[in-house]
Design a protein around this ligand. Structure first.
Ligand SMILES: Nc1ncnc2c1ncn2[C@@H]1O[C@H](COP(=O)(O)OP(=O)(O)OP(=O)(O)O)[C@@H](O)[C@H]1O
Length: 598
């Protein structure tokens, strides 16, 4: 049932192509006429030219041929001309329908790629913590391409095979009813075979592609972590893991192919045996004089030809099972619930200065699941414009989780975050996020030029603005020393740059955005203390009226912040200025004294 629903959904995706599809169906109908008419010229040559039989009355009437005066030569030429027309017609229609099928098929792949990528961009971070990038890539690159087969291997063969079978059945009924019925009785047997094999074929195809996804996910992860693998000398260990996954894929692949091929061969067996019965019966009827040699030729021609549409019908049925299985992997993503969504009447955030207010925030990652636990509890604080709010705390205290809520990458379980008194859920996501520049812990760069990497924060930034942002983040000097300066291409995952250089580029990308809210999550953890000091001094000037939230483990960096928020096990344990917190002699005091001694 599930497969039928998926196929229905696939078919509705053909709606934008209805006119091309209609043209394709018309071409198929013409094609059927040619296929069905194929043995007829030879039948005329055998029966009416060689054996000099008369045409049946209805044919003579239809073609206005006078039976008594028919000339063998004319008939021969007519039949040969008919043969040439049939060959040319088949070639022409085959070519046009191939082009149409390709155009529709590749169009479907294009449509779905856009839809899927759009969905990828709308899904929250929770989705990405649950799904491996490699498997998603496999679905995007591999599974989407099955759409290409929808028209070429399912819709078109189904239509043309049914039409060809109906046409042949009609002509066969005119010649011999018994043989026609035996020929058509093959179809229920094929349906039975498909019914038996449907579930195992579906399950094994799904397993095959999910194993392939796991394997490519592992390889992708290994490729970006090659340095760690080599540093820890874990090549053998990783090879063992790959071997395990590859073996799983090998087994699943073999199982899926075996089931598919068993079905194909069963189809061949059924149609092959039916052909033997038909040839035997036809020849017997020919001997008895119930079939003319020309009719027998037509029958034999159809028996061999009928194998084609019947096989393609059953192949189409088999392909639809595998297509449904792979399409379900795509629909699973398209149907994933967007945890963070916009209200219909969302408004734009359009303020020069922003007062951020966290009220009674409760949050955790795996709500309503076995491992549900609260990561943030009763968070209440305000971050004012023109002021720097620093967040510190032990590892895993919930600092990154806290700022993720501000950009609505996750939704809080309870409580509200407001900007200038309006809940952030009232703002459109685009406007909310375009007002926040965020430097994340892991500076991710793209394999494009340095200038393009910085411009990612603001596509309209001029070269001058890019260089200013780079100066602000202490990146300008090292960039100008690179062979091509700002036009140097950052290699895959930024491997050719040091950690500190990547962080400074990431900061420049943020500064070029020029937003009223700036969030920095350990932005300078890999930068030396002197450079870091210079960056923060510049930052203070730059952020004069901006609301800045900064997370850092280096207390020397944040001791000048206007307020410091100390997180402990997901709750705010201390809040105040450096001097106030030192006087409290709590966690901040301990951490600060420890770092100063070190
Ligand atoms: N995507 C996630 N899914 C489930 N749990 C998560 C996820 N991200 C973080 N956590 C958990 O939430 C808790 C808080 O993590 P968070 O990253 O916010 O801490 P942090 O204070 O920023 O730590 P650090 O200083 O190490 O960066 C941790 O227990 C962490 O394991």
């Amino acid at each position: 049932m599930k497969n039928i629903n998926i196929l229905k959904r696939l078919l509705t995706s053909l709606l934008p192509y209805k006119w091309r599809l209609t043209l394709l169906i018309f071409i198929s109908i013409f094609g059927v006429v040619f296929t069905v008419a194929k043995p007829l010229p030879v039948k005329i040559i055998i029966d009416n030219v060689l054996l000099k039989q008369e045409f049946p009355q209805f044919i003579s009437d239809f073609f206005h041929i006078n039976n008594s005066g028919q000339s063998e030569n004319d008939l021969l030429i007519f039949s040969l001309a008919l043969m040439v027309i049939i060959v040319l017609g088949e070639i022409f229609l085959g070519y046009i329908s191939f082009l149409l099928v390709t155009k529709i098929g590749i169009g479907l792949v294009y449509d779905l790629s856009l839809e899927l990528y759009k969905k990828f961009q709308s899904l929250s971070m929770r989705f990405y913590s649950k799904n491996k990038a490699g498997d998603l890539l496999q679905r995007f690159n591999g599974d989407i391409f099955v759409m290409y087969l929808l028209v070429g291997q399912i819709v078109l063969p189904l239509i043309s095979s049914v039409l060809v079978l109906a046409g042949m059945f009609f002509v066969m009924m005119l010649i011999d009813t018994t043989l026609a019925i035996i020929t058509i009785s093959v179809i229920p047997l094929l349906v039975l075979a498909l019914f038996v094999v449907n579930k195992p074929m579906n399950d094994s195809t799904l397993e095959q592609y999910s194993k392939q996804g796991e394997l490519s996910g592992f390889v992708q992860q290994a490729l970006v972590s090659m340095r760690v693998i080599q540093t820890f000398v874990r090549e053998k260990f990783m090879l063992g893991k790959l071997d395990f996954l590859a073996l799983g894929f090998k087994k699943a692949y073999f199982k899926a192919v075996t089931i598919g091929e068993t079905y194909n061969q069963t189809v061949k067996l059924i149609t092959g045996l039916a052909s033997v019965v038909l040839v035997g019966l036809g020849a017997y009827k020919g001997l008895e004089g119930d079939l003319s040699p020309g009719d027998l030729y037509v029958f034999l021609g159809y028996i061999t030809a009928i194998y084609g549409p019947v096989t393609s019908l059953s192949t189409a049925a088999g392909a639809s099972v595998s297509l449904a299985a792979r399409a379900s992997r795509i629909y699973d993503i398209l149907d994933s619930k967007e945890e963070v969504f916009e209200k219909d009447n969302s408004i734009d955030l359009n303020e020069k200065s922003c007062l951020i207010e966290f009220s009674d925030i409760q949050f955790g990652y795996n709500r309503f699941q076995e491992d549900e636990h609260c990561v943030l509890k009763q968070i209440n604080f305000k971050a004012k414009p023109g002021k720097v709010t620093a967040i510190i705390g032990t590892t895993g205290a919930g600092k990154t989780s806290l700022i993720s809520l501000l950009g609505r990458f996750y939704e809080p379980w309870e409580g509200q975050i407001k900007i200038n008194g309006t809940p952030i859920s009232n703002f459109s996501l685009v406007s909310l996020r375009s007002n926040i520049s965020m430097v994340l812990q892991d500076p991710i760069l793209f394999p494009v030029s340095i200038a393009e990497n910085i411009r990612f924060g603001n596509p309209n930034a001029t070269r001058e603005q890019i260089e200013m942002a780079a100066t602000l983040s202490e990146a300008h000097d090292f960039i100008t020393k690179l062979p091509k300066g700002y036009d140097t291409i950052v290699s895959e995952a930024g491997l050719s740059l040091s950690g500190g250089e990547k962080q400074r580029l990431s900061l420049a990308r943020t500064f070029v955005m020029d937003t009223p809210i700036i969030v920095l999550d350990e932005p300078t953890s890999s930068v030396d203390a002197i450079t870091e000091g210079r960056i923060f001094r510049r930052l203070k000037d730059y952020c004069k009226d901006k609301t800045v939230i900064v997370i850092s483990h280096r207390l020397s960096t944040i001791k000048n912040a206007d307020q410091i928020l100390v997180l402990k096990n997901g709750s705010i344990s201390e809040l105040g200025s450096h001097e106030q917190l030192i006087q409290q002699k709590g966690l901040y005091f301990n951490l600060y004294t420890q770092q100063t001694i070190n």
